[in-house]
Design a protein around this ligand. Structure first.
Ligand code: GLV
Ligand code: MN
Ligand code: MN
Length: 420
């Protein structure tokens, strides 16, 4: 245990170091797709990957990739994302990348004996979808999922298109397809395994340090815009107004009311942009985001249809125009039975009770599941808090997660699991 605690200490120190790499100077952590902070973080983590004996590159969408040299064995990918939400916690993403680097170091030091697969580590460039409103940019490219022109023409708050952001970071939007994982070029793909903090309260409530993810909830994201009429706040009678923000407020309340009454569904308006944005001007436009999730796809689809109809009815009644766009939609994703079973056995070997639990948060594993078997290990987090600077996991729990990953890799050394 002393040895694994020492490795966990290194993981924690590295996570601390990355938390200081931010595109803001407010002492908080914000790293969005294609930012200078992402370039710096790729440089730092790339150095650690190289020290672990991996061949390192940054691909066309900005994913940091490190793999052991090809030698006929299939590739097992470990990792998570390096981008963050605004004012993020330290662990969402980096925990998975740094535990993966620790596994690569252990593999290089012979800890797992003769592994039946090569180890690769990936630090994804965009799991959160903060800058362009659409998540999994990095994992979609790695998986070779459709990446259409409409997506490349999405613009950020500063008017920069995704295609321009990719070029500015050193990639080429035209050749993203070439960065997809190719099973032939890798001598086969064993799967993708990600360690992530739970971001919810279940493990803590059960007194457990880790848990095995059974499935990841489906998720739809929309952008909407109510367009009314800006005007003078002092002279326009209430009955003659077309106040776009009042319409958005009514819609946001309708979203909350619906989700509260629909067991298992969660729905969030997390962004709102009001124009022209002055205290003495009636809002002429209000644009926002809507995020709808459920473990049951039928429930999510029904809720999305209902919420769209509610927005249209609000706009109609108030004499406003409504623009509505689906930004992305991902069905619920099951983890691969073979890898999941191997992870559960690896947890059991540590003496912990094995709890399998679903994930309400989205993960790169969703995008990768289109191409290869995926599995995830959750680590307990304090108070279930995440997407917040106070996000916290303990050194002891990280050590147990490493212990689980060691057991898992040793089991792979004996025989690769029959995955899906
Ligand atoms: C990512 O953390 C998400 O679930 O949105
Ligand atoms: Mn997140
Ligand atoms: Mn995450």
């Amino acid at each position: 245990m002393e040895d694994v605690l020492a490795r966990a200490r290194v993981v924690m120190a590295r996570i601390e170091e990355l938390a200081a790499v931010s595109e803001t100077t407010d002492g908080l952590t914000t790293r969005t797709f294609g930012s200078e902070a992402m370039r710096r973080v790729n440089g730092i983590v790339g150095g650690w990957m190289q020290s672990a004996g991996l061949n390192v590159c940054v691909d066309g969408i900005g994913n940091l990739r490190g793999t052991q040299t090809r030698d006929g064995r299939p590739l097992l990918l470990l990792g998570s994302h390096l981008d963050t939400v605004r004012e993020a916690g330290r662990f969402d993403g980096p925990l998975g990348v740094l535990t993966a680097v620790a596994c690569a170091e252990a593999a290089a030091n012979g800890r797992y004996g003769a592994l039946s697969c090569r180890v690769g580590v990936v630090g994804f460039s965009d799991e959160e979808g903060v800058r362009f409103g659409t998540s999994y940019l990095g994992s979609d490219v790695l998986a070779g999922n459709p990446f259409d022109a409409a997506r490349l023409s999405l613009v950020d708050a500063g008017g920069v298109s995704l295609a321009e952001a990719i070029r500015a970071f050193g990639g080429a939007p035209e050749t993203l397809g070439a960065d997809a994982l190719d099973p032939d070029a890798e001598d086969g793909l064993v799967g993708y395994v990600e360690v992530h903090l739970e971001q919810g309260p279940v493990l803590e409530a059960n007194g457990l340090p880790v848990g095995v993810v059974s499935a990841i909830a489906g998720q739809s994201r929309f952008s909407f815009r109510f367009a009314g009429q800006a005007g003078h706040a002092g002279t326009t009678p209430m009955g003659l107004r077309k106040d776009a923000l009042a319409a958005a407020a009514e819609f946001i309340t309708a979203v909350e009311t619906h989700a509260r009454g629909d067991e298992g569904l969660v729905a969030t308006v997390g962004q709102l942009d009001v124009k022209p944005g002055a205290g003495n001007v009636i809002p002429g436009a209000a644009a926002g985001s809507l995020d709808v999730r459920s473990p049951r796809d039928a429930q999510r689809h029904a809720a999305c249809a209902r919420l769209r109809a509610a927005a249209a009815a609000i706009a109609d009644r108030r004499g406003l125009a409504l623009e509505w766009r689906e930004v992305q939609s991902h069905d619920a994703t099951d983890c691969a039975p073979g890898l999941r079973k191997a992870l559960a056995e690896a947890v059991g070997q540590t003496g912990c009770r094995v709890l399998e639990l679903p994930s309400g948060a989205g993960h790169d594993a969703v995008a990768l599941a289109h191409r290869l078997p995926v599995a995830m290990l959750f680590v307990r987090c304090r108070d279930g808090l995440s997407h917040h600077p106070l996000e916290s996991v303990t050194l002891q729990d990280v050590a147990i997660a490493l212990n689980v990953m060691d057991n898992f890799l040793v089991s792979l050394a004996q025989s690769p699991p029959s995955a899906r």
